[in-house]
Design a protein. Structure first.
Length: 81
């Protein structure tokens, strides 16, 4: 990819997007491995696809609760001990 950019070579945009996304996903997975506190996130999130709940028409409060639940910051008894 760097060669194509530096030499202004025409590239297939779909192929370029596929390579970039693949490279991004590999780096994302490597960084997840280094974060032991994200064990629940790693269990739920196996790939970089947009989850279906993101596409739902939720209120701000509902989105907030869902986000807190997903990232482990919702003040529920199992999280607070």
């Amino acid at each position: 990819m760097e060669y194509s950019y530096n030499n202004k070579v025409t590239v297939d945009l779909e192929e370029c997007q596929t390579k970039l996304m693949s490279n991004f996903e590999v780096n994302w997975k490597k960084q997840l491995i280094r974060k032991p506190n994200l064990c629940l996130y790693k269990m739920w999130k196996q790939d970089l696809k947009v989850p279906n709940y993101i596409k739902l028409n939720l209120s701000r409060l509902q989105r907030s609760f869902l986000a807190q639940l997903r990232n482990g910051s919702l003040p529920i008894h199992i999280e607070t001990g």
